[in-house]
Design a protein around this ligand. Sequence first.
Ligand code: SF4
Ligand code: SF4
Length: 372
Amino acid sequence: MGIEEIRETMDSCKHCYMCRHACPTFLATKLDSHTPRGYALLLSEIDHGSQSWTPTVIDRFYQCSLCGLCKEDCAYHWAEDEVVRNAREEIVNHHIAPTRVAAIAQRIITSGSPYENQRSTIEAASADIEKKDAKILYFAGCSTRQNHLEIISAVDKVLGSLKIDWTILKEEGCCGTPLWELGYVEEAKRVAKETAERISSLKPTILMSGCPHCIRAFSELYPSWGIAFPASVKIMHTSQYFDLMLSQGKLKLRKNTLSRAIYHDPCQLGRKLGEYDAPRRLIKFVTGENPVELFHSRQAAECCGAGSVMFLTDGKISKKVAASRMVSISESVSELLVTACQNCKRALGEVQSSKSSNTQVLDIVEIISRSI
Ligand code: SF4
Ligand code: SF4
């Protein structure tokens, strides 16, 4: 990819203000350079030589969560988020990425995780490690194994109740998404290839993850990069697999065990992968009621602020975006907020705990495990 690939989008967006109201970063900072138009205009000026890559300009491009709400809001569905991602490719190709971004990329390349002192899936999963021909290979993803071992424990409990033969990798490594999103495309492809080879060698029937970024990488990015899993491997988000098990009568859950819940659609699972209903069906089963629909939900769901590892590249803006999403969520009175992405859980949970609110933020698998 390069500027040529997104020139049409850039040239359309630089003259247009229509999706500005939807952009979570702009709403958090009120800076015109944080609007989709602002990004397009900046990149166009750089392309024409009337603007240079100053540190401030470079920072701007790492302050978009790649949430895709601009594209959804746009009457023509121009992929403005791709303009931002391509700008990051330009930045990386010019070797001018901010030090903190380069450090994150380097950690992923050398240790398979953007986090320092990383933790492992093994800490919370009781499955056999790297077992061949298991029915399910569960890939937790870097953020879940780092920040949310309780989600892995919940997966462990639910798969245990299903008496399914499942396995995990000893060292998962990275799916490649954070590198790709930060503009390190060649590096992303390299780590993706290694990860895919380790997964494929175990020949699972189902490759399951609760991380929508990993699922998108496995199902969309890898094929576009020429990386293929064996045709027999089915890729499923945890919500999709457990919804299927419930519909087939294999997953036995107690009904109406939890109070009515609000559901927050993760950008990657919803807008990018089109999965809106599997989590809602599971919530309806265990609470007895359809989840509370937020004013901005499904395709129009607002970002939690954690997309594109923004909590690592710009924690301040990330928190502001999360706080703004929580304002909308707080308008709906409920003690339970459910989502289906560990990064949404982290971002929204942090805002909740800072407000000492009673609302619990849980992952979709946690509400299932509590209903067994
Ligand atoms: S994505 Fe669409 S609405 Fe937004 S700036 Fe571009 S053309 Fe305008
Ligand atoms: S992807 Fe999201 S944060 Fe980035 S410009 Fe579009 S609406 Fe704003």
